[in-house]
Design a binder for this molecule. Structure first.
Ligand code: S3P
Ligand code: PEP
Length: 433
């Protein structure tokens, strides 16, 4: 079980309302997705690596702990620069996945390379998140996996010290991470890997591009020219210095605050060639009434005093759905979001949770199988339940800027990707950042 969840008492939190436009320049923690991939690729490399500006949060600490349990040396003593020294992977080991999709999908393929038994389990809800297609894919590649409960977790990978590799067919419509997990370990498979997706579209294309880009940066040969097919050649991965960008998804509630209050928020340290989906975000925020610009100061979002409704397929950026839903609540016209049926398998069933919690505040919101429709009307205060989902807390915080009296039942769940969220948020709203 995830220690943090087991020991952390729920922390109720009054979402602060904004009496003035926010004006903030922020330096936010590193990207969860980049940090997770850099840790895995570093553990599989032939030499040492460093991660500059990594994210220290529950998900990435669990990732580091899982790799460490199999023998990798990970030093996090310097917050700004982690050091990873690979070591032959071995069991017995236990990996606590917490509620982290990245840990539950990226580490089992690595465990297949370990010599010995590696057990996996996580938070109660992790046991219900989609993992079956990855287990079947690994089994078809010859990895022995025992599933010991009624869901996909807990499970045991009986690592034999290597994976033959070859070709695998998978339905990854439930999560792009099912493909990313296979690809990240694939250069170390004896004959590499061909992954062929068959089924409804794979969501989160930018995250798949990030996986391919980082594999190539670590020296792997990857062909992704055929849609839904990825080919990874076998070969060594090189240790390197990873520069971790600030987390774009974590920044979105802060950018949303600029729209809601007609203010301005700048995220410092933003690279010009980002691996994160900045163009999609720019377009979405622009359609909702914001202005996004990139300068030497960083990435700036300016509110124009109005928030517009949005009709959009969010499948590329599905993790933004909760915050965009909060923005849609405060817009001058209705919104329709589609293409995100798979977020029912995220930290909670996000479509059901958003519909339920915003309706409890008086919203006119309808749940569809793959999205949400929102017709804005005035909201009232009340308790907003997070269901252990950090992005539900972000959504409540955004709505709370304009709606007095919103109480978040467990703001501590933001520790999954940004433990400093409540403090940074309050500082932004009160102007003390
Ligand atoms: O690979 C990654 O780092 C991620 C991929 C996406 O997962 P899904 O494809 O399951 O949405 C995203 O939502 C998640 O937050 C991070
Ligand atoms: C979907 C998310 O996380 P995970 O990596 O656990 O899937 C998220 O952070 O919004």
């Amino acid at each position: 079980m995830g220690n943090l969840t087991a020991t952390r008492p729920p922390q109720p939190w009054s979402a602060p309302t904004a009496s003035d436009p926010v004006a903030a320049t922020l330096r936010l923690p590193g990207s969860k997705s980049l940090t997770a991939r850099a840790l895995v690729l570093s553990a599989l490399a032939a030499g040492p690596s460093t991660l500059a500006g990594p994210l220290r949060a529950r998900d990435t600490e669990l990732m580091a702990a899982g790799l460490r349990a199999m023998g990798t040396y990970v030093s996090m003593s310097d917050d700004e620069r982690w050091l990873v020294r690979p070591h032959p992977l071995s069991g017995p080991a236990h990996v606590d996945v917490g509620l982290a999709g990245t840990v539950m999908r990226f580490v089992p393929p690595v465990a297949g390379l370990a010599d010995g038994q590696v057990t996996f389990d996580g938070d109660p809800h992790a046991r219900t998140r989609p993992l079956g297609p990855l287990i079947e894919a690994l089994r078809s590649l010859g990895v022995r996996i025992d599933v010991t409960g009624t869901g996909s977790l807990p499970l045991t990978v009986q690592g034999s010290g290597g994976v033959t590799g070859g070709e695998v067919v998978i339905d990854a419509s439930a999560s792009s991470q099912l493909v990313s997990g296979l690809l990240l370990a694939a250069p170390r498979f004896d004959s590499g890997l061909v992954v062929r997706h068959v089924g409804p579209p794979v969501p989160s294309a930018p995250h798949l591009r990030m996986t391919v880009q980082m594999l190539r940066a670590a020296g792997a040969a990857v062909d992704d020219t055929t849609p839904d097919v990825w080919t990874v050649e076998p070969g060594p991965l090189t240790g390197r210095g990873w520069e971790i960008e600030p987390d774009l998804s974590g920044a979105v509630p802060f950018f949303a605050a600029a729209l809601v209050t007609g203010g301005e928020v700048t995220l410092q340290g933003w690279p010009h060639n980002s691996a994160q989906p900045i163009e999609q975000l720019r377009s979405l925020l622009h359609q909702m009434g914001g202005e996004v610009s990139l300068s030497t100061n960083g990435l700036t979002v300016r509110g124009t005093g109005v928030v517009h409704g949005l009709t959009a397929d969010l499948s590329d950026v599905s993790e933004l759905t909760p915050v965009l839903t909060a923005l849609a609540m405060l817009a001058d016209s209705p919104s329709v979001f589609t293409g995100v049926g798979h977020i029912r398998g995220h930290e909670t069933d996000r479509l059901a949770a958003l519909a339920q919690e915003f309706a409890a505040l008086g919203a006119d919101i309808t749940e569809a199988p793959d999205g949400l429709s929102i017709r804005p009307r005035p909201l009232r205060g009340g308790t907003f339940r997070t269901y252990h989902d950090h992005r539900m807390a972000h959504a409540a915080a955004v709505a709370g800027l304009a709606v007095p009296g919103i109480e978040v039942d467990d703001v501590g769940c933001t520790s999954k990707t940004m433990p400093e969220f409540p403090a940074l948020w309050s500082a932004m709203v009160t102007g003390k950042n």
